[in-house]
Design a binder for this molecule. Structure first.
Ligand code: ADP
Ligand code: MG
Ligand code: MG
Length: 872
C-alpha cells in the first residue's frame, strides 16, 4: 500500500512489515487478515497520528476523524451492522499497540458504542439481556478508568458489594436485572467523579477512547517499561479499532491466550489457558482461575474451535517461523483471532525453541544463533536450588519463570524498589501483580504471587525481565494490612527471608543453598553453532584450578587473566604474605617468599592441567601491599602473636604503607620493580609448575603478564628477571617451555606509547577496568556517589564500567593496537577487564580486531554467543 499522508489503515491494507506505522498489534492483525485467518474486521489509527496528536498541542490532527469514520463504515459493511444503531448495534474495541510490545502497559477499551439505547438493541439481538448489561458495565468501568481517570476500585467495590449481597462468587452468576442495577451504580460513579454523565453518544465514546489510547503512551508504567527495555519515547502508539466478538455469550463462548510452544520450557505443542463465558482481560486478570487450553478438546461446545485453533497456531508458527503468543475468542463456537506476536520466553525456552526449529527445518543455525539473546543465556546460567538439599517446601505454586532466588519478604512494590536499589535482596510477595508493580518487580530478586496462572501479569513480566517467579501459590494467605503471609500455621512476616524456585514452583523458608548451572544438551548444540561463526577467541578469568576447570567446561579456550594475589589471600597463605611484608631485609623477604612459592606452584600445576593445550595468562602481583595487612586492632594483636612481632611494628608498617591514593600508588609492576624477589619467586613458581606438567606430558603455554606498565623500561626490568629465571630453570631441567611475556594496557600512557612497549611485549591485554578508571579519572570505588545521577540524567549514556566507552577508552585501545602492530605485526591482543563479558563491548572487540576476550567463567557461554553475533 502507498502509506502516503494517511492516518488510518484498514486491516486488509496492511502487513507485518509495517510495525513502525501500525504498531506490532496492528501490523500483525493486518498480516493475519492477509493470510486468511478469521480476524474481526477493523482498522489501525497509525502511530504517526499519535505522534502528531501528542506533539501538536494534543489536538486531533486534521483529517483524522474523517478517516476514522470512513474506516468505521468499512467495518459496518463487512459486519452488516451499524455503529450506534439502536436495533443492531456494532460495537468496537479500541486497542493500544506500539511498535515494540509493551504487554499490559497501555490501555484498551472494549464494547465501545454501548449506550442506554444501544444496550437494548444488543440484548434483543442476542436474546441475552444478561450479556448485554455485562458488556455495558465493562465499558463504563474501562472507559471510566482509561478516559476519565476514575480509579478501578470504585467500580470493583460496587461489584463486590453486589456479589456479597447476592451471595455469589463469580461475575457470571449475577442475574440480568442486577447487572442492570450495577450499570446504574456505575453511571452514578461517573457522574459523581466527573460532574458529567457517562457519554451517550457512541461517536464521542470512540473519539475519546482513541485519544485516551494515545495518551496512555505517556502513563508512568509505560514510561518505566520503556526505560527498562531501552525503547525510545518518541515512537507513539497506534490505536486499533476492531469489531467486537464476544466470549461472554454463554457456555459455547470463551476467551483465551495461548503460546504455540511452552514459553517457560520451550516444549513443542500449544500451551495456554481459557475461560468460558468471559471477555478480554478476564484470563490474565486472575479473576477466575482459567483452565488449561487442552481442556477445550473435552468440551463438546468448544471442541471444533479448539481444533481450528491448533491449525491456526501451526499456520502462524510456520508463517512467522517463530513461537507465537496468541489471543483468541470463541463466539458461539466460532474461533476469532485477536492478536499474534512473537512470544516472550525464558532463556531455557529460547534455546530449546531455536535448536528445535533448526531440527524442524524452519530456520538455519545462523538464525538460531541470532535469535537467542545474551540475556537469555544469562538467565540460563543462573543458580538452581541444590537438588541434594533435603527439606520440605513451605508451599508450591506454578513455576512461572526459572531460577532460584532468596531474599527478604516485602509486600509493596515501592518498598521493593527502595530496598532493591540499596542492594538488598528482596522477594516481592503480592496477591497478584499489576502494571503498577513493575518498578518493584525490576528491583526484586524474585516474585511470588498467590493468584494467577502461567500467563498472569506477574508470570509474563517476570519472564520478560528474567526474574525467578512463582505464581498462583494458592496456599498463601496474604495479609497486606499486617504485612505477613500465612501458610497453614506458619507465619512469614515482612523482612523474613524466603527462597523461591521458579523452575519448580517451590517456596521455601530461609535461604536455601543453590548450585551453579552447567551447559549441556540444547545449549551445547547452540554454542557449537556459535563457535563456527565467531572469529574472536574466548578465554576466562580464573584464579584457581576449580575455576579453570569450570571455565573449560563452559567452553573457555584458555585463561586471559589469572590473578596471582587471589592465591595469597586464601586461608593460611595470607600469613606467609604478611611475614613477607613485615620482613626488614631482602633475606627475610626471600625466606617468607620461599614459603609461598610451593603453594603458588601447586596452584599453577592445577590450572595448567585444567587448561592443557590452551594458553594461560598469569599476571604478576598487582595490589598494593597494605591490602594484606589487618585493619582492626584485634586483628593486629592476633597477627603480632602469630608472627612474634610487636603490635607497634605492625602499626608502623601499616602506617608506612598507607597511601593517599592507593589506586595510583605502590602497586602493579612498581612492586615487582622495588622488590624484585617477588617477581623472581612468581616466575620460579610458574616455570617449575610448567616444567612439572611438561614432564607429565601436558602441553602448557604460560603467558606472563606484567601489570600497570606505563613506561617501556618498567617492562624491560621485569622481563629481564623473568627471562633469567626461565633460562636457569630450563637449563637445570634440560627442557624448554615455550612462553611469552606481555603486559596489561591499563594506563593511558601505555596505550599512547604502545609502539615502544611492544618492543618488550609479545602480547597486550587491555585491562579495561583500570583503563576506564584512569581514562575518566574516576575511582570505581567512589563512583557510587555520582555515577547513578549521571546515568539517570543522561550525562553518561551508559555505565562505562559495564559497557566499554568507545569514544575514549575505545580510542586508546585502537591507538595501542596500531602502535603495537607497527612494532610487532603479530602481537597478540586481548581484553581481560569485566567488559570482556559484556555483549556490546564484545562487539567492539570484534570490530577493532582483537584476538580474544576474557570473561568470568559463567559469562564464557554468553561471550561465545555475543562473539558469534558480532560476526554475523
Ligand atoms: P493488551 O495489549 O493489554 O493485551 P488488547 O488490546 O490486546 O490489550 O486487548 C485486551 C483484551 O481484550 C485481550 O484479551 C483481547 O483479546 C480482548 N479484545 C480486544 N479487542 C477485542 C475484540 N474486538 N473482541 C473481543 N475481545 C477483544
Ligand atoms: Mg493483547
Ligand atoms: Mg589493573
Amino acid at each position: 500500500v502507498a502509506t502516503g499522508r494517511r492516518w488510518v489503515f484498514l486491516f486488509r491494507e496492511g502487513n507485518a512489515q509495517l510495525r513502525d506505522l501500525l504498531g506490532g498489534k496492528g501490523a500483525n492483525l493486518a498480516e493475519m487478515t492477509r493470510i486468511g485467518l478469521p480476524v474481526p474486521p477493523g482498522f489501525t489509527v497509525s502511530t504517526r497520528a499519535c505522534v502528531a496528536y501528542l506533539q501538536g498541542g494534543r489536538r486531533m490532527p486534521e483529517g483524522l476523524w474523517e478517516e476514522v469514520l470512513e474506516g468505521l463504515r468499512d467495518i459496518e459493511q463487512q459486519i452488516g451492522r451499524r455503529f450506534g444503531d439502536p436495533v443492531q448495534p456494532l460495537l468496537v474495541s479500541v486497542r493500544s499497540g506500539a511498535k515494540f510490545s509493551m504487554p499490559g502497559m497501555m490501555d484498551t477499551i472494549l464494547n465501545v458504542g454501548l449506550t442506554d439505547e444501544t444496550v437494548l438493541g444488543l440484548a434483543a439481538m442476542t436474546a441475552n439481556e444478561r450479556f448485554a448489561y455485562d458488556c455495558y458495565r465493562r465499558l463504563i468501568q474501562m472507559f471510566g478508568k482509561v478516559v476519565l481517570d476514575i480509579p478501578s476500585e470504585r467500580f470493583e467495590d460496587a461489584l463486590d458489594e453486589l456479589k456479597r449481597e447476592l451471595g455469589v462468587i463469580h461475575d457470571y452468576e449475577i442475574p440480568a436485572e442486577h447487572l442492570q442495577r450495577l450499570v446504574q451504580a456505575y453511571k452514578e460513579i461517573v457522574q459523581q467523579a466527573t460532574g458529567t454523565p457517562f457519554p451517550q453518544d457512541p461517536f464521542e465514546q470512540l473519539r475519546r477512547a482513541i485519544l485516551a489510547v494515545f495518551e496512555s503512551w505517556n502513563n508512568r508504567r509505560a514510561i518505566d517499561y520503556r526505560n527498562a527495555h531501552g525503547i525510545p519515547h518518541d515512537l507513539g502508539t497506534a490505536a486499533n479499532v476492531q469489531a467486537m466478538v464476544f466470549g461472554n455469550l454463554g457456555p459455547d463462548s470463551a476467551t483465551g491466550v495461548a503460546f504455540t510452544r511452552n514459553p517457560s520450557t520451550g516444549e513443542k505443542g500449544i500451551f495456554g489457558e481459557y475461560l468460558t463465558n468471559a471477555q478480554g482481560e478476564d484470563v490474565v486478570a486472575g479473576i477466575r482461575t482459567p483452565q488449561p487450553i487442552q481442556e477445550m478438546a473435552k468440551d463438546p461446545l468448544l471442541r471444533g474451535a479448539y481444533e481450528q485453533l491448533l491449525d491456526v497456531a501451526d499456520r502462524l508458527e510456520r508463517h512467522y517461523r517463530d513461537m507465537q503468543d496468541l489471543e483468541f475468542t470463541v463466539e458461539r463456537g466460532k474461533l476469532w483471532m485477536l492478536q499474534t506476536r512473537t512470544g516472550k520466553r525464558t532463556g531455557r525456552a529460547a534455546v530449546k525453541i531455536a535448536v528445535d526449529m533448526v531440527h524442524e527445518g524452519l530456520i538455519d543455525p545462523r538464525e538460531a544463533v541470532l535469535r537467542v539473546s545474551p540475556d537469555h543465556l544469562d538467565q540460563l546460567l543462573h543458580p538452581m536450588l541444590d537438588p541434594s538439599w533435603k527439606g520440605e517446601p513451605l508451599a508450591k505454586g506454578l513455576p512461572a519463570s526459572p531460577g532460584a532466588a532468596s531474599g527478604k519478604v516485602v509486600f509493596d512494590a515501592d518498598e521493593a524498589k527502595v530496598l532493591g536499589d540499596r542492594g538488598e535482596a528482596v522477594i516481592l510477595v503480592r496477591l497478584e501483580t499489576s502494571p503498577d508493580d513493575f518498578h518493584g518487580m525490576l528491583a526484586a530478586r524474585g516474585i511470588l504471587t498467590a493468584r494467577g496462572g502461567m500467563t498472569s501479569h506477574a508470570a509474563v513480566v517476570a519472564r520478560g525481565i528474567g526474574k525467578p517467579a512463582v505464581v498462583g501459590c494458592s496456599a498463601l494467605v496474604v495479609d497486606y494490612e499486617r504485612q505477613e503471609f500465612r501458610v497453614g500455621d506458619v507465619v512469614v512476616r515482612r523482612g523474613d527471608v524466603i527462597t523461591i524456585d521458579g523452575s519448580t514452583g517451590a517456596v521455601l523458608l530461609g535461604e536455601v543453598p543453590t548450585i551453579p548451572p552447567s551447559v549441556g544438551g540444547d545449549l551445547a548444540e547452540l554454542l557449537d553453532w556459535a563457535d563456527q561463526f565467531r572469529r574472536l577467541r574466548v578465554r576466562a578469568n580464573a584464579d584457581t584450578p576449580e575455576d579453570a576447570a569450570k571455565a573449560r567446561e563452559l567452553g573457555a579456550e584458555g585463561i586471559g587473566l589469572c590473578r596471582t594475589e587471589h592465591m595469597f589471600f586464601q586461608g593460611d597463605r595470607i600469613w606467609a604474605m604478611r611475614e613477607m611484608i613485615m620482613a626488614t631485609t631482602p633475606e627475610e623477604r626471600r625466606a617468607a617468599l620461599a614459603k609461598l612459592e610451593p603453594m603458588q606452584r601447586e596452584d599453577f600445576v592445577g590450572i595448567f592441567k585444567a587448561m592443557a593445550g590452551f594458553p594461560v595468562t598469569i599476571r604478576t602481583l598487582d595490589p598494593p601491599l597494605h591490602e594484606f595487612l589487618p585493619k582492626h586492632e584485634e586483628e593486629i594483636q592476633a597477627m603480632a602473636e602469630r608472627l612474634g612481632v610487636s603490635p607497634e611494628a605492625i602499626r608502623a608498617k601499616v602506617q608506612a604503607l598507607t597511601e593517599a591514593n592507593p589506586m595510583l600508588g605502590h602497586r602493579g609492576c612498581r612492586l615487582g620493580i622495588t622488590a624484585p624477589e617477588i617477581t623472581e619467586m612468581q616466575a620460579r613458581a610458574i616455570f617449575t609448575a610448567a616444567l612439572q606438567c611438561a614432564a607429565e606430558g601436558i602441553e602448557v603455554h604460560p603467558e606472563i603478564m606484567v601489570p600497570l606498565v606505563s613506561d617501556v623500561r618498567e617492562l624491560m626490568v621485569q622481563r629481564e628477571i623473568i627471562d633469567r629465571v626461565a633460562r636457569q630453570l630450563f637449563a637445570e631441567a634440560g627442557r624448554e617451555i615455550p612462553y611469552s611475556i606481555g603486559t596489561m594496557i591499563e594506563v593511558p600512557r601505555a596505550a599512547l606509547t604502545a609502539s615502544e612497549i611492544a618492543r618488550e611485549a609479545e602480547f597486550f591485554s587491555f585491562g579495561t577496568n583500570d583503563l576506564t578508571q584512569m581514562t575518566y579519572g574516576i575511582s570505581r570505588d567512589d563512583a557510587g556517589r555520582f555515577l547513578p545521577y549521571y546515568l539517570e540524567h543522561g550525562i553518561y549514556p551508559a555505565d562505562p564500567f559495564q559497557t566499554l566507552d568507545r569514544a575514549g577508552v575505545g580510542r586508546l585501545i585502537e591507538i595501542a593496537r596500531d602502535g603495537g602492530r607497527a612494532t610487532r605485526p603479530a602481537i597478540k591482543l586481548g581484553i581481560c577487564g569485566e567488559h570482556g563479558g559484556d555483549p556490546a563491548s564484545i562487539r567492539f572487540c570484534h570490530e577493532v580486531g582483537l584476538d580474544y576476550v576474557s570473561a568470568s567463567p559463567y559469562r564464557v557461554p554468553i561471550a561465545r554467543l555475543a562473539a558469534a553475533q558480532a560476526a554475523l
